[in-house]
Each structure stands twice: as structure tokens, then as C-alpha cells.
Design a binder for this molecule. Sequence first.
Ligand SMILES: [Zn+2]
Length: 295
Amino acid sequence: MTDAHQLRLLAVHAHPDDESSKGAATMARYVAEGVEVLVATCTGGERGSVLNPALDRPEVWERLPQLRVEEMARAREILGVSQEFLGFVDSGLPEGDPLPPLPEGCFALVPTEEAAAPLVELIRRFRPHVVLTYDENGGYPHPDHIKTHEISVHAFEAAGDPERYPDLGEPWQPSKLYYHMTFTLTRVRALHEAMLEAGAESPYAEWLANWDPERDMSARVTTRVPCAEYFPVRDAALIAHATQIDPAGRWFACPMDVQQQVWPTEDYELARSLVDSPLPEDDLFAGIRSEVPVP
Ligand SMILES: [Zn+2]
């Protein structure tokens, strides 16, 4: 379905589960409004861990790559999105001092020109108006997240240029590129204070105490998309990634009604735009809807 009246959104993510923790309610809202939404997952998450204590068993570890594919299939059904793997291999999160070298052949080591090729092909085939990705720090410093940012920016700029990647389809220039601004100090602090006010225990105290205000992204937010109605869909999709999430953990500690009242949006930074849309905005398609009439 690529007719001229259809709005399309492409979200580029590093691992299966990232699409459910960043921008999931936004995607569910746009799906409900008739937007076609596609998630591109760069890697299979092969080097992830089992992060749910209830599933931390040898037979789960053995089947982890296959389980992550199955979990992704359930999550995309819950969100109502289409999804494709780009086929790169998870780099893993290097730990230790000094950090060990990245494993040979992993996504983060593929040169950006080459690593962006499948995404250029996908953009030319799917023809999104809006592309979502991570900021230059990856949102958090996982090498695959930083690489995801690099190939997204590269592909956003190359996909519309007939001189670049000439064998990968008809050029298509998306109109807007956004970075997720999900974890801002302002938001976490607001949720923390609301929980304390409600007499609940907040799981965020330590996180906030260690937060360097210099590293807060709140001032970069240009676009707040109201999507509180879809927070339960987001949580259901996240729980579908059963090996990756502890249902009793910090993710789900803040009561749904507190989240919906205190911070009813998911937030973004408009990083590139080829259309006119006054900031701040509350819609990723602001400035585009007038050109693409939705029937
Ligand atoms: Zn990830």
C-alpha cells in the first residue's frame, strides 16, 4: 500500500524490544488513525541477555535468538505495525575497564556507507514521510544504538538522491527526521514527584540522584505527541519481549493513571525537516498532512 493519500511512518531501532520502549504508544496511536507504520530492526538482539529473572534458565539462553524473533512477532502484532529485520548482528554491550573490543562482524563495526544500504532500500520501497531514530548518543551508549543513529541520518540524506545507491530503487526523500527524547530528567522527575505525592514508593530516586543535569535532553524536545490512551498497548508490547523485561521491575512501577495524568505524551526532537511546521508541535506529521490529504 503506497498510494499518494497514505501517511507512512518508519521507526528505526537497534534491537527487538527497543520499538516497545521508545515511541510505542505514538506508533499505536498513528496505527489507530490509519497511518501505515513500519519498524526496521537493525539486529536480531543475538547478544542480549535474559533480563527477566523468571526466565533465566539454560534452555531459555540456548534458544535466545529464536525466542527474540518470536517475541518481536508478538510485539508487532500488539502494536499493529509491520516490522522487518535489516539483518545485522548484535554488537553486545561491552563491559569492563578497559572495554573489550567489539566482536568481529557485528553491526557497530560495519562501515556506515555499507550498513545504511538496506535502510536506503527500505526507505525507497516503503516511502515514509517521517523517520524516527535515536539521537547522536544513541539515547543510551550502546554501540548498536549509536550505529542506528548513524545509518538513519545517512539513509535519510541519501535515499532521495538518485546519484547515491543507484541500484537500490527509485529515490524517495522523507520529509522529517526525529530523535526519541523519551528519558528526560523533567519527565522522570515529574513521575517521581507524583508518586511520592500519592504516597507511593518511587523507583526513580537513585536514578535521579545520579543524573548529571548537563546530560538532560529536556531542552531539545520540539514535539510532544499525546498518546496516553495507548500506554497500556505499549506495556503489553513490552511484556511480549518476555526474555528482556521483568514485569515486576522499574519499567512498570509507576501506576498507569499517574503516567497518563502527569506525562501524557511521548517526546521527540525534530532533527531535520523539509516542510514548514511551527515549533513546538504535537504531531509528527505537522506540515505534511496538507500535502498528503487523508481520505
Ligand atoms: Zn537496544
